[in-house]
Design a binder for this molecule. Sequence first.
Ligand code: FES
Length: 364
Amino acid sequence: MSEHGTTHDEVSRAATGTLPQRFDDPGLPPHVPRQADHDESAAKRAERQVAVMFGLSIVSTVAFLVAYFAVDQRSTVFFPGIGSTNAYHLVLGVTLALSLLMIGLGAVHWAKTLMPDHEVVEERHPLRSSDEDREHAVATILDGGDAAQLPRRNMIKYSLGGALGLFSLPLVLQVAGSLGPTNVSELAETLWDIPTEGKHAGKPIRLMRDPQNTPIKAEEVAIGSVFHVLPESLDWHKEENVEAGRAEWKGVLDEKAKAAVILVRLDPKDFVSTKARDWGYQGIVAYSKICTHVGCPVGLYEQKTHNLLCPCHQSTFDVTRDCEVVFGPAKRALPQLKITVDADGYLVAPEGFKEPVGPSYWER
Ligand code: FES
């Protein structure tokens, strides 16, 4: 017998290429019993620990369900070093992760402390098991519950049942929640809509360079140039937040995402559609920058063809024809923002978009 547990006979047969049918001693380390194997109080303690983990999963799942309805979807929370983030998404993510993590930790701890830990040698056999082996396998599976001490460990049985049963609810809730009414009205309202009350009521909204946040004079826009634009009313939104005692940045990112606009100047003779030209100012036209496919920013402009391109899936929009789709998966033209100039020569939007911006899933 060698130090690795093989006989000379096995070694010589292996050397000549004929492996033995079985190893008498495959070299398994001796089994060391765990404390819970011989100490019932240790087993009880392990059972309680597992039950606590499953219980924490239940608490997290319930917290998820409560937060789904109770937390304001626009609320934010500030973390030093990270900054402001959406509290709704954070709470849902953390509670869902905890409920899954606790089920996992409970199961691992259960397996390590209470389930059988004997190493088992399985003999090689033909790929298809004999009928006898198959019956044996079924019997083994059916005996698994007994081997895992499930009938004797009621705390584990019920807490695991509760944890797994409840864990399906957040998944169902998210699917059911997303089947509800679409939020088209949210996409139809942007910061380009002229305020009807407050100190800015009725005031046309200036187009501001992004990110410099400076107004743009028509004479500064050369033919062929492109500007990325946000509404002046983004500042008004922040002012309102401060006046109402809210965090200055509350809701700003959502509004910014909907209000992004791309501005280009063409020779007026290049327009095929009269609307494309008439809603602009001396060849300067503004379109929503949010792709009507799935919402990426349409940030590329091809001067020669007057096409706007979305880098995500290559949807292409023809500026000379009301930004209608000429290529790619988008199904709807980019919404146009009507513009003109104010008394000081700055570009302004006298009214908001006439149709919802962004992906057009709601049209299907
Ligand atoms: S998001 Fe623009 S093409 Fe898909």
